[in-house]
Unconditional design. Structure first.
Length: 223
């Protein structure tokens, strides 16, 4: 009888342990509580991150900084592809030991004719290296339907959509999709960049995507 009780107890403990591990692995919020006012949010991207088309100090990272208690660092460079972004990945991102990184790259790969397979390899590498360090990752689907069809007349949108969904399936990765909502065709500096109002609206979209983790840690000013 005692052996039966012991065996049942062991089975229950193993089952509980298995569920605990699975719940942790499946929890995309794992590690959120580690974010503090000393944490760093890095916006890593191209001209949409740099704020091309808006006055200095009016990029979407500037908007985020005005709303948040943690430090926001703009690491956007005009014309950057995933290829050139990799060359500065360590010094511009990893060396800061950030808590959160927004990755907005890929538009210039399309414009400059970088093969989609290379773009995928580069973005996968960037995301995987961030995840290894327990950094929360937001990947940006940088295009609106109009933008991608302007660049790719023959379509490939489905390939990009599928790829971003694959990235989102990685544990600890969040996809930000509709950054052009209410902006495209209305608040434009040129055919592919927002104006000052557009970047402000873009910043509002990013803030809403980040809100769950930041509000939880009391990192939004006034909330």
């Amino acid at each position: 009888m005692n052996k039966v009780i012991i065996t049942l107890a062991v089975v229950v403990l193993i089952h509980m342990g298995y569920n605990f591990i699975n719940n942790d692995l499946g929890d995309k919020n794992l590690g959120d509580k580690n974010l503090t006012k000393e944490s760093i949010l890095i916006c890593y991207g191209d001209s949409l991150t740099a704020g091309y088309g808006a006055p200095i100090g009016r990029s979407y990272p500037d908007y985020l900084q005005s709303k948040l208690r943690l430090k926001v660092i703009n690491k956007g460079i005009n014309g950057d592809t995933t290829v050139s972004a990799l060359q500065r990945f360590k010094i511009d991102v990893l060396d800061y030991n950030p808590g959160v990184v927004i990755v907005e790259l890929g538009a210039n790969d399309l414009i400059q004719g970088v093969e989609l397979s290379e773009t995928k390899t580069n973005l996968n590498y960037i995301v995987d290296e961030l995840l290894k360090r327990n950094i929360r990752v937001y990947v940006v689907k940088f295009y609106s339907d109009q933008l991608i069809f302007n660049i790719l007349k023959n379509g490939s949108k489905r390939e990009f959509d599928n790829f971003f969904k694959e990235l989102e399936e990685k544990e600890g990765v969040y996809l930000i999709e509709d950054i052009w909502k209410g902006i495209w065709g209305k608040h434009m500096y040129d055919s592919i960049h927002p104006d000052e109002t557009g970047y402000k609206k873009m910043g509002e979209i990013y803030l809403e995507e980040l809100r769950p983790i930041l509000k939880k840690n009391r990192l939004i000013i006034g909330e």
